[in-house]
Design a protein around this ligand. Structure first.
Ligand code: GDP
Length: 497
């Protein structure tokens, strides 16, 4: 696997030498060879040889079935002519595809949905093609060797993916609703749509039943819309569990490996990341990332949230305690000693106020032990979410990646933005306990400022659950067992640990 290993999973030893010496630099994707020298020196999890061999198989299949290849054109004909799937879809004649549409929710959700889509494609021997849309173009490098994962611009149905009519006509859920026996039909249709976003119906959830997976295998074109990290649930499905356990003996690193493999920052994104890192973070002794997501500004006023963040970071010794008085001298000046350590705090937030408040506090008051200098930095403060904007998403990607380069991370509950940073950066973050109306969680204890995550894995926010009235969907509770546990921040959510 030397190509793959070198390209995506360089070993610890590689960090000691300049990346430029190790690999001829791929100018189309500079981050691929440089990123290892930016990630922290603690041990990087090693992917299993079986995962690497599956990736190698995948890349071979992707190359064989890439857009405009003969098998692609042949399989496309089935779609264009509306023919049913032939009974014997052999790989030499046809390929099977998973077309993923990213345009749903924010960047964190999209990255997690796309990671889940790729793993599903890997498990089911499909080829993943991605409709990035204009707002997500060129954020990432091409992940697969000598091929593209970008859906051709003139792909049929492309503009209809978003519509409710498309979902009504082609989604697995709505077809099951109209005909309970739909999944027993032979031959299966040439196209089916999987709708697995947070607002999916009970019928859409039937995707998660083992017996339906067999039927889906016969459909050459699957399209998928999902903003969820649905991988934990795949670990509960008997048809995928044994293979997943072989692929990921260390269950806590599933997203980490997928994320490092799939999402190398494009040259433009890498420029934003490295220029900021080199200017503000590189020389610090320790880098602390604060990912501050405010879902409900009315329920969570900035001063209250700042207080909570300080309580958390000081209790966990991430930031120093400050003297009560503003009158004392600083750690520097005539008392300056060589033992003064420098902490850089990177704030990831849509708002500027957290940066201003904390910077002011640490400027006007000395630390109690006098031995720490703390600098605050923020790369962007966009004010509000604009996931339809390319430049906004580029800054979000840069912020997420910069947070992943920190040595310790504090995140906000419910936020997929933080999940991506913690997974790529191999960190079990402290999750803030925010006063928040959003989930009406009575059990949350406001006096506990934050809780450390049990694993670095993202949370699947909306797993399927049993519904008494519908009587059709899977019973999640009955099948819950390690490595799948409930999330710290979403009571009913599922994560790997
Ligand atoms: P979630 O909503 O917290 O789960 O995360 P998402 O990434 O899915 O959506 C939030 C979106 O808001 C991001 O993708 C950004 O567009 C924007 N956003 C939120 N927090 C930040 C931040 O710290 N920095 C930047 N640049 N954008 C942010």
């Amino acid at each position: 696997f030397s190509d793959l290993t070198q390209k995506f999973f360089p070993s610890q030893n590689d960090k000691n030498s300049s990346p430029a010496q190790e690999l001829p630099q791929d100018q189309s994707c500079i981050s691929r060879s440089q990123k290892i020298s930016y990630h922290k020196k603690s041990s990087s999890p090693v992917p299993s040889p079986y995962f690497l061999s599956k990736l190698q198989d995948y890349e071979r299949r992707h190359k064989n079935c890439e857009p405009f290849s003969e098998p692609f054109n042949r399989t496309l004909q089935l779609l264009v002519t509306g023919k049913n799937s032939p009974s014997n879809i052999t790989e030499s004649d046809y390929c099977r595809y998973l077309v993923y549409n990213v345009n749903l929710n924010g960047l964190g959700n999209r990255i997690l949905g796309l990671s889940s889509a790729f793993l599903y494609a890997l498990l089911t021997n499909r080829v993943l093609l991605v409709d990035f849309g204009p707002d997500m173009a060129d954020l990432f490098c091409e992940p697969f060797q000598k091929s593209t994962w970008v859906l051709p611009a003139d792909f049929p149905f492309r503009d209809e993916f978003y519509s409710s009519q498309f979902r009504e006509a082609h989604s697995f859920g709505s077809l099951l609703m109209k005909n309970a026996n739909f999944a027993h039909l032979a031959p299966p249709p040439s196209l089916l749509h999987l709708f697995l976003s947070f607002e999916y119906s009970n019928y859409d959830k039937l995707f998660y039943r083992d017996e339906n997976q067999e039927f889906l295998q016969g459909v050459p074109w699957l399209t998928l819309r999902s903003d969820q990290y649905f991988i934990p649930y795949l670990f509960l499905m008997p048809c995928f569990k044994p293979e997943l356990e072989r692929l990921f003996p260390d269950k806590e690193t599933v997203f980490h490996h997928l994320g490092r493999y799939l999402f190398s920052p494009s040259n433009q994104a890498w420029g934003l990341i490295t220029r900021f890192y080199d200017a503000y973070l590189a020389r610090a002794d320790e880098r602390i990332g604060l990912q501050i997501r405010v879902f409900n500004p009315t329920a969570t006023p900035i001063p209250l949230f700042t207080k909570q963040i300080l309580q958390c970071t000081q209790k966990e010794s991430l930031l120093p305690q400050l003297q009560e008085s503003t009158a004392s001298s600083s750690a520097g000046g005539s008392n300056k000693t060589t033992s003064t350590s420098m902490k850089a705090v990177l704030i990831g937030s849509l708002y500027r106020e957290f940066y201003e408040e904390m910077k002011f506090m640490f400027w006007t008051r000395a630390s109690v032990d006098g031995g720490q200098v703390v600098g605050f930095h923020q790369a962007s403060h966009e004010g509000s979410q604009h996931s339809e904007s390319h430049s906004h998403n580029m800054k979000a990607w840069a912020d997420m990646y910069l947070l992943s380069l920190c040595d310790a991370l504090v995140t906000s509950p419910w936020s997929t933005f933080g999940y991506v940073a913690q997974g790529i950066g191999v960190m079990k973050p402290w999750i803030l306990n925010v006063p928040n109306d959003r989930d009406g969680d009575q059990k949350r204890q406001p006096e506990t400022a934050c809780t450390q995550a049990v694993s670095m894995e993202p949370c699947f926010h909306f797993p399927p659950s049993y519904d008494m009235r519908a009587k059709v969907i899977v019973d999640r509770e009955a099948g819950l067992h390690p490595p799948v546990v409930h999330c710290e921040d979403v009571r009913w959510g599922l994560k790997l640990a």
